[in-house]
Design a protein around this ligand. Structure first.
Ligand code: HEC
Length: 195
């Protein structure tokens, strides 16, 4: 009986290519590349943020953040060859709102944080098929913890000048009320996998 043997070996091959649960798994090299990109994005933006606060106070840094955040995202995406951005359950800029998968991951991160897990190394990924193109896309998220400096503009006791500047730039702002250690949001990556 040749048929069952062939079937078994093709199933074995499928399992080898896809990981045991049938899902495609990213390679360690792809994950390393993505993790490096999140580091770059985080440290470049924080560098610009801290410099702007030093030069013109947190209220003056809001405009810098508005321009720098998408510019750094674009620069790192160009350099790395895949898309990286930031998202959150409570966004300041609606362009950063999560899609369904991102929302689920963010909710999972928040639940894990509330259960006592340190957000510093929280990450999650999934491979899904882009419906429009049929391309396999690796989606990856890494939690962004709230640090002390972040509370100047995202915290519970925001100064009056910062509050006014935020209201002027972002009338629908939802990104306040965070405490140090809370999950402020996450980096979110989309990488087309070799087909
Ligand atoms: C000077 C004020 C200021 C400080 C300090 C600040 N942010 Fe923000 N943050 C902003 C502004 C303004 C935006 C909206 C940027 C945009 O328009 O894309 C933003 C957006 C974000 C977003 C994207 C999601 C959203 O709400 O739109 C994340 C995530 C974020 N900030 C995290 C942080 C973290 C983490 C820190 C501390 C390391 C921090 N921020 C410090 C002003 C600030």
């Amino acid at each position: 009986m040749e048929f069952p043997v062939r079937l078994a070996s093709s199933l074995l091959l499928a399992a080898f290519l896809s990981g045991c649960d049938g899902s495609v798994e990213p390679s360690e090299a792809e994950l390393a590349d993505i993790r490096a990109a999140t580091q770059e994005f985080g440290s470049e933006l924080k560098g610009q943020l801290v410099a702007a606060i030093k030069a013109s106070g947190p209220e003056g840094a809001i405009g810098v953040c508005k321009i720098a955040a998408p510019a750094v995202a674009e620069a790192v995406s160009q350099r790395r060859g895949f898309s990286i951005a930031r998202t959150s359950l409570k966004v300041r800029n609606r362009d950063n709102a999560p899609d369904e998968w991102e929302r689920e991951v963010l909710e999972e991160f928040v639940a894990r944080n509330e259960a006592g897990e340190n957000p510093a190394n929280m990450e999650s990924w999934a491979v899904s098929e882009d419906k429009a193109t049929g391309i396999q896309v690796l989606r990856y998220m890494k939690a962004i913890p709230t640090q002390d400096v972040c509370t100047l503009c995202h915290g519970t006791a925001i100064s009056e000048p910062v509050r006014e500047a935020l209201a002027a730039e972002y009338p629908d702002d939802r990104a306040t009320g965070f405490e140090v250690g809370d999950i402020r949001g996450a980096f979110t990556v989309r990488m087309a996998l070799p087909q």
